[in-house]
Design a protein around this ligand. Sequence first.
Ligand code: SF4
Ligand code: SF4
Length: 71
Amino acid sequence: MPPVINKKNCTACGTCINICPQDVFWGSELKKIPVVTYPEECWHCNACIFDCPAEDAIKLRMPLPMMAVIR
Ligand code: SF4
Ligand code: SF4
């Protein structure tokens, strides 16, 4: 499931755009809130979550089967 950006907390630093190996944020403009262009390409590597410098600015919506495993 795609990453979800919290527009209130995102500082538009561009880190997630640059780090995503799947180009999920393809076409996003630097210094603007990222756009989740290809949500289906996200493979939940968590790189964008770990490297985001802002607090609670980005999170992943886990697919239901994965949530069942985590619980
Ligand atoms: S979790 Fe990984 S693949 Fe998904 S948007 Fe973040 S960096 Fe890209
Ligand atoms: S890394 Fe975090 S603060 Fe930077 S653009 Fe992405 S969501 Fe916003």
